[in-house]
Design a protein around this ligand. Structure first.
Ligand code: PMV
Length: 323
């Protein structure tokens, strides 16, 4: 039996714009997906998932959220692609996956789950894959689910820590001075990354001049975010995150509830806040000056109808071990 674990992620700067060529800065977080894999002689690929019910579509607001069934196909694709890649003995694999990361909330639940499955399946077949091989394989389920993903989600889940991502051939781990004090807040509204990214790509082809301008601004915001993390300047980080949120509003991927939560966080003392992930729902992140301030901001966000989650940086990325 092999068990693998992969973290979820938040995007500190550059979501959506990364699909159009701007750099993004993303951080792996201490919420995880787990995959158990066991070889079977029947040559079959069986994948099951255990996702907390609260993560699936139950309420009216989230009625377009994912069902367990829709979540399953990309996971089977991940397991099948891994077996094909390692060209095994004809053995199949039984996989059981668990995900504690809220789904369709911009936290990389799908990338994390596929990455942990690829790692568990390859390790249980005795093949130690390089991170780059896991990255390439993860594109298969990610494309199935998201259309044209940049690759930033799976890169963050694989490498862990904080990365600067410009394109698949340009992924750089970022050395930071101190960990920023971050607060995540789930709006409870599920989103569809594929539709949101599609709408932005379409808009960028129509509003060419505006988007050229946004991309120039985004490049400098992402560079600034990376610098603020290297130097431990949380004030600057907060300011830039707020600018990033405004850029995401301009391209039409925010949501009134996200704007409200961002406003509440800032009023309660956050140094800055932004939506994280594709937008249209999902989560916001806020930079806090101190831990007591984070507690205060969390209380205000809860009162405003959000679900605050205190997060920290995962440093390891994907890991697997066999018994
Ligand atoms: O799937 P999400 O909501 O975590 O968003 C992924 C980041 C995007 O930039 C919106 C898409 C991508 O592939 O980079």
């Amino acid at each position: 039996m092999t068990i693998a674990r992969a973290p979820g992620k938040i995007i500190l700067a550059g979501e959506q714009f990364v699909v159009l060529g701007a750099p993004a800065v993303a951080m792996a977080i201490d919420l995880y997906s787990y995959a158990e894999a066991k070889s079977n002689r029947a040559g079959q690929v069986n994948v099951g998932i255990d996702v907390p019910l609260r993560n699936l579509s139950t309420s009216r607001e989230s009625s377009r959220g994912p069902s367990a069934q829709r979540f399953l196909r990309p996971l089977s694709l991940a397991a099948e692609a891994t077996l094909d890649h390692i060209g095994g003995t004809g053995e199949g694999v039984d996989v059981n996956s668990e995900c504690e990361i809220p789904i369709a909330a911009g936290l990389g639940s799908s990338a994390s789950t596929t990455v942990s499955i690829i790692s568990a399946v390859s390790t249980c077949q005795g093949a130690a894959l390089e991170r780059k091989e896991i990255f390439d394989l993860a594109f298969i389920p990610e494309k199935f689910l998201h259309g044209k993903p940049s690759g930033v989600d799976q890169a963050t889940c694989i490498y862990g820590g904080i990365i600067e991502f410009t394109r698949p051939s340009n992924i750089r781990p970022l050395r930071i001075k101190t960990d920023p004090i971050l607060l995540l807040c789930d709006s409870g509204i599920h989103h569809e990354t594929k539709a949101l990214v599609g709408s932005v790509v379409k808009k960028s082809k129509i509003q060419r001049r505006d988007f050229r301008d946004y991309l120039t601004q985004m490049r400098s915001v992402s560079r600034g975010v990376a610098k603020s993390l290297r130097t431990g300047d949380d004030d600057y980080l907060g300011q830039l995150m707020t600018v990033n949120h405004e850029l995401l509003q301009k391209i039409g991927v925010s949501h009134p509830k996200l704007d409200h939560l961002v406003g509440v966080a800032k009023q309660a003392g956050a140094l800055g806040a932004k939506l994280t992930g594709a937008g249209g729902g999902g989560c916001i992140i806020a930079v806090c000056s101190t831990f007591p301030s984070r507690e205060r901001i969390a209380r205000k966000l809860r009162r405003a109808g959000g679900t605050p989650i205190k997060i920290s940086r995962d440093q390891n990325g994907v890991m697997a071990r066999s018994d």
